[in-house]
Design a protein around this ligand. Structure first.
Ligand code: NAD
Ligand code: IPM
Ligand code: MN
Length: 349
């Protein structure tokens, strides 16, 4: 497997090192060969060269079986231009329309919700990943005056909405799940989200074994906190998906625990932790590497290396149960030591 690795900025570099360490443990235990190419694209690289990524950057990425990203974002690049090109650019240019964000609580101790355990928090969010407000269409008129007008358009296309909603239903059906919930804001966003309504109603009858429910996004946020156990599959747009997956990450123990895949089924896909570069945590060996390590497991699983992915998941679970984790989830290990423990678990379990 040829994997491009973009460690990026801040704690992205530290957690990526641990994910790579765990991948080497997988290699030792299961054989197989993982050919990693480290790409320097980051704030550092941008500040030094003026280049966010080379002009053939996306073509280069397409030649790999998968891409792994740590995190991008640096206060020295206030408009985060490099993150837009590298992270959002990869999602758009490789057409990675499925943002797959599993939400799975590993141990009751990690959950801030009263009396909720692993059986209550086990669902996935499919976030549309190529449209919405993220396309950056809009403009500013009379900028920096009291008359300033700022317009930011939200794009919803039939094709875009249809393929992510369909993916959610197909995913549920393939796994014997019976509940898909779509969330929009069609009561206020009467044009764009009417399209989500139309598509959802069009697709739902094709999945008779699946109960299709709808919540407005504000109510969904409330129900996620009050009764997370009612959800199996949630599908929503790009921005709402971004927001609710940070909320959902807290159910798992925090942002440091959450993993994601940016997927176009059958094509080169990209995997990354849900968290960002956490500049205040950077360089201190305190960041939780589990989100990154679990994202590496998602990468392997997506490429068909199921046993390898399961071994990582088992080692992560063991680390959590034995409290051999970082301080954000109640342990006392550093980033590297937490990674060591999980890597050892992969070779042992
Ligand atoms: P962030 O996710 O970087 O950090 C928010 C807070 O979450 C941190 O202060 C910390 O308390 C906690 N946290 C995050 N990751 C953690 C980890 N691995 N271990 C322990 N705690 C962790 O979000 P932010 O502060 O809003 O953004 C910082 C920068 O990262 C910004 O430039 C932002 O644009 C960027 N960002 C990038 C990505 C990405 O690359 N995918 C995602 C989110 C934010
Ligand atoms: C995420 C991040 C990104 C997003 C930012 C860095 C643009 O928050 O991956 O969740 O909003 O998609
Ligand atoms: Mn986010």
């Amino acid at each position: 497997m040829k994997i491009a690795v973009i460690a990026g900025d801040g704690i992205g570099k530290e957690v990526t090192a641990e994910a790579v360490k765990v991948l080497h443990a997988v290699e030792q235990r299961f054989g197989g060969s993982y050919d990693l190419e480290h790409l320097p694209w980051s704030a550092e690289h941008f500040l030094a060269t003026g280049e966010t990524l080379p002009s053939n950057g996306y073509d280069l990425l397409r030649q790999f079986d998968a891409v792994f990203i740590g995190a991008l974002g640096d206060p020295r690049v206030p408009d985060n231009r490099h993150a837009r090109d590298i992270l959002l650019g990869t999602r758009f240019e490789l057409d990675l329309y499925v943002n797959y964000r599993p939400v799975k609580l590993l141990d009751e101790r990690l959950c801030p919700l009263k009396e909720r355990g692993p059986k209550d928090v086990n669902f996935v969010v499919f976030r549309e990943n190529t449209e919405g407000v993220y396309v950056g269409i809009g403009g500013r008129f009379k900028a920096n005056t009291v008359d300033e007008v700022a317009i930011q358009e939200e794009i919803n296309t039939y094709k875009g909405v249809h393929r992510i909603v369909k993916h959610a239903f197909e995913w549920a059906r393939a796994r014997g799940l019976t509940k898909v919930c779509m969330a929009d804001k069609s009561n206020a966003m009467t044009q764009g989200h009417a399209l989500w309504q139309r598509v959802f109603k069009e697709l739902a009858p094709q999945y008779p074994g699946v109960t299709a429910t709808h919540y407005y996004i504000d109510a969904l946020a409330m129900y996620m906190v009050l009764d997370p156990g009612q959800f199996e599959v949630i599908v929503t747009n790009n921005l709402f998906g971004d927001i609710i997956t940070d909320l959902a990450a807290t159910f798992q123990g925090g942002l440091g625990m959450a993993a994601s895949g940016n997927i176009h089924p059958g094509r080169t896909s990209m995997f990354e932790p849900v968290h960002g570069s956490a500049p205040r945590f950077a360089g201190r060996n305190i960041a939780n590497p589990i989100g990154a390590i679990s994202s590496m497991a998602l990468l392997l699983e997506t490429l068909g290396a199921k046993d390898e992915a399961a071994a990582i998941d088992a080692a992560v679970l063991r680390a959590v149960q034995e409290n051999r984790v970082t301080s954000d989830v109640g342990g006392s290990l550093g980033t590297r030591e937490a990674g060591d423990f999980i890597a050892a678990g992969v070779t042992r379990l």
